[in-house]
Structure formats: C-alpha cells, structure tokens
Design a protein around this ligand. Structure first.
Ligand code: SAM
Length: 458
C-alpha cells in the first residue's frame, strides 16, 4: 500500500516544530514554483501566523490565476438512486437509516436531466449509492445513455462525470466505453483506522480495495480521475499529505495524477450528529487546506460544492477553487421534488441560489463562468490534458471556450442583465487575447451563436 501511516505521522511530527524562518523558506520555494517535497507541504500546513497566512493566500491566488486565468467551471450533481448496502457513519444514505429508498426509472432520469438543462447545465456529476443488486453497472450505463440522449430545445448534457463506489477493471472499462468524463471517488479518509471505523461491516469498509480504485480505473482506460477527502473525519493535515502521496503514486505508475480534487466538508445528515466527529474543520483551517492544495498541485482542478455557503465559496475562489456546483439538489429526484416544493437530501446544502444568480455574482467579481466541455470531447484527457496545461498554451483554448459557452448560456438562459454583463465581459477579455487568430475566433463565435449555432469549441 502506497499510503504509509507512520511515514505521514513522521512528516507531521517533524513539521510541528517548524520555525517562522523555516516556513518562510518553504514559501520562497513555492513562490519560485519549485516542486515541493512532502516535508515542505507538511510545513505549509503548520502556518498559523497571520502575516504568513496572508502571504500563502496571495501566492495560492497568483498560482491559480496564472494557470486558470479567471475561468470557473460550473456543474451540478444528479442523484439517481439512494439504495445503498454500506453503513457509512456520516452518510444520510447508510443502510440502517430507514426510509423509502428510490431508484429513478429512465423516464425519471430524463425528467431530471431536462430540469438541469433548463438551468443551463452542460456538465453533471452522476451520483448513486453502492448496491450491486439495485444499482449494478448496467444501471449506471443506462443512466449515462439517457443523460446524453436527453435534449431539451438547445439544452444538452455534454459531459457526465460519474461518482460511484470502487469497482472492477472490467466495470471501469465499461464506464469508459459509455463516455464518462471524470471518474470521481472520494477517499473519505486516508487514515486507515478512521476509515475502518467510519465504514463498518460493509463492502466499502475494505480500505485497500477503495484506495486502489483509481489504479483499476486507469487500467480500465479511464485517465481523468477525481479524488477527494471528506474533511471532518480525521486530521486534515494527514489527509492533505495522503492526497499528495496518492497523486504521486498515480503519476509514477500511469504518468498522470488526479484531474481534480474535491474538498467536501462534513455536513449534518440523517442518522448522524456532527458532535460525534472530533476533527471538524474550522473555517480558517479549511481555507488554509485549500490554499496548500492549490500550491502543491497547481495543475489539478479544485472542486467546491454547495455544501459551503456563499461567503466561503466566494472566498475560496481566490485561493484555488476552479470548479463549483450551482443550483444543486442532493436528493434522488431532487430537481423535480424542488419544483414541487419538496426536498429529499443526502446531506444539507448551504448555497441555494439559482445558477443565474451565481453567474451574475461571478461575473461581477471578475470571473468567467464556463460551461466548457471541450477537452474530453477533443481527446484532451489524462497526460494530454496535463501537458497542454503545463505548456501554458491552455489559455488559447480554455478562455475562448469559456467565453463562448458563457455567451451560449446567456443567450439561452440569461436575462437582460446577464446578457449585457456577458457581452461587456467578452469585449473586455477578447481585447486582452494576444493572438489575433484566437481573438477573431471568439468574436466570430459570438456572431454564430446569435445566428443560432450552438456547441462551438476549440
Ligand atoms: N456511493 C458512492 C461511494 O461510495 O463512493 C459515492 C456517492 S456519495 C453520493 C458522494 C459523497 O458524499 C461521498 O463520497 C461522501 O464523501 C459525501 N458525503 C456523504 N455524507 C456526507 C455528509 N454528511 N456531509 C458531506 N458529504 C457527505
């Protein structure tokens, strides 16, 4: 097993005594974009001094901007089944919670997809519990087929990421063939004793099988994998080092690490009490964790969900978050239920705003909300994506795509105010594009979209 508890504890122990001068040296090293060692990352996690924290946030923001520019990718989750054989201590879907479980029929999946499309979404994360009988891989594949086939006037889902439990190489191969975007699996915790305590007597309780899931996914041909830790289960500093070591393991073995890292924090759910979790993360600690991840793995997207409230989401965009969900429901059939004024959730969400309002705020704050799904449709996945990102040429692809997809959203789902803001943003940004050919593409795309063309990308 590539995660070694004693090794991580040793790093944390050593870093605990780091002096201000030692911390400053690591900040300097990070500023020069020199690769950070595990020990360096452990040292950054120790920062408490206000001045040094500010310096680290500033650096994380600069790194983020130099790689991602102002783009923020928007998506929403789609829950299709809450059947689950596991008994995860923290989860509302645990098997000992007694409620009427649901699994959507394909017609119901299509209904949810149409509602997501009506909000303007192009990218979703498909979510379901683990249940080999009720949710076999065939069901997941059927759902993917329905998602991609279901269109609603100009609406269509162009990228479906999938968050299902650890499975076999063969099943990963089938998911790949079904056209998934990223395969997402949260480790929950890298700390094995905590992992085993949190996942009692269940399929998910096998730490080694769960932790090696991405190895099997990559063997099955999936090269975009999205990791995550459920912050609040164990020591967050241990988790960050676990993430880094896991990422390196994949880089060494397959030539590419995580495409994204999600940073969910534990939220209240049915059948659990937050008071029973001694490692809950304070806001300040959480911000620090996100900044350290951004500095440690600059090319890996960081995803933030609506578990966080508006203020936290706004702040974390500055330190490293590059993708966020919007208008989310975390319940099976939740989008239809919301239209009917009902709500069924896996856990509590904190940002209930509609995508339109979130987009207005993002644009007001200088960001470019993006509905781009071009990379994986152009075969830019895995190491091909990473080499484009690392070469810096991604700016000539991503920004035009972001601006074009935002314009498409504004025309189909925006109001007058958003359309005006979008046009002004596109005008300002395209003036800044240094290559004339790329500038021309953006201007032409706007014209084509206004003339009725859709789904334009590089
Ligand atoms: N069933 C799949 C699996 O086993 O990996 C994943 C789907 S689950 C719908 C998605 C994620 O929700 C879990 O991996 C977990 O991290 C997160 N989650 C569960 N309970 C939560 C809670 N109370 N607060 C915040 N996130 C939670």
């Amino acid at each position: 097993m590539f995660i070694n508890e004693d090794y991580i504890n040793g790093l944390l122990e050593q870093a605990r005594g780091a002096s201000k001068e030692e911390i400053q040296q690591v900040l300097k090293k990070a500023e020069k974009r020199a690769g950070l060692s595990h020990k360096d990352i452990a040292v950054l996690l120790q920062i408490e001094d206000e001045k040094q924290l500010k310096e680290m946030y500033k650096l994380a923001g600069e790194i983020k901007e130099s790689i991602y520019g102002k783009r923020i990718v928007i998506f929403a989750p789609l829950y299709v089944s809450d059947y689950c054989v596991n008994n995860c201590v923290y989860c509302g879907y645990k098997r000992c919670n007694k409620f009427t479980r649901r699994k959507l029929t394909q017609e119901e999946v299509a209904e949810e997809v149409r509602l997501l499309e009506k909000m303007g979404h192009k990218r979703i994360a498909l979510e379901l519990g683990e249940d080999p009988v009720n949710n076999p891989i065939e069901y997941v594949i059927e759902c993917l087929d329905t998602i991609y086939k279901t269109q609603n006037s100009n609406g269509e889902i162009r990228r479906a990421n999938v968050n299902i439990a650890a499975t076999t190489v063969d099943n990963y191969r089938r998911l790949k063939e079904a056209g998934i975007g990223t395969y997402i699996l949260f480790q929950e915790t890298y700390h094995k004793p905590t992992y085993e305590f949190m996942h009692p007597k269940s399929i998910k309780g096998n730490y080694d099988y769960h932790t090696t899931a991405f190895d099997r996914a990559m063997e099955g041909g999936i090269d975009d994998v999205g990791a995550g830790v459920l912050f609040g289960l164990a020591d967050p500093k241990f988790e960050v080092l676990g993430l880094m070591i896991h990422n390196e393991h994949l880089e060494e073995k397959f030539g590419v690490g995580f495409h994204t890292i999600s940073v969910p924090r534990l939220k209240p759910a049915e059948g659990m009490n937050l008071k029973d979790f001694p490692h809950l993360l304070r806001d300040e600690e959480f911000k620090k964790i996100v900044a350290v991840i951004r500095i440690a793995v600059p090319f890996t997207g960081i995803i933030l969900s609506t578990r966080e409230n508006e203020d936290m989401r706004r702040e974390l965009l500055k330190y490293g978050v590059s993708q966020m969900s919007a208008g989310s429901s975390t319940g099976v059939g939740g989008y239809k239920a919301r239209e009917a004024g009902e709500s069924v959730e896996q856990f509590k969400t904190s940002d209930e705003r509609a995508p339109l309002d979130i987009l207005k705020e993002l644009i007001g704050d200088g960001y470019i909300p993006s509905y781009c799904t071009a990379c994986y449709r152009m075969g830019r996945t895995g190491d091909r994506f990473m080499s484009l990102a690392k070469s810096g040429n991604i700016q000539y692809v991503c920004e035009p795509n972001a601006l074009t997809t935002l314009m498409e959203y504004a025309l189909d789902y925006g109001d007058e105010e958003l359309r005006k803001k979008t046009e002004a943003l596109i005008k300002a940004r395209s003036e800044e594009i240094s290559r004339d050919d790329i500038k021309r593409i953006v201007i032409d795309n706007v014209k084509k979209l206004k003339a009725g063309e859709r789904d334009l990308y590089l």
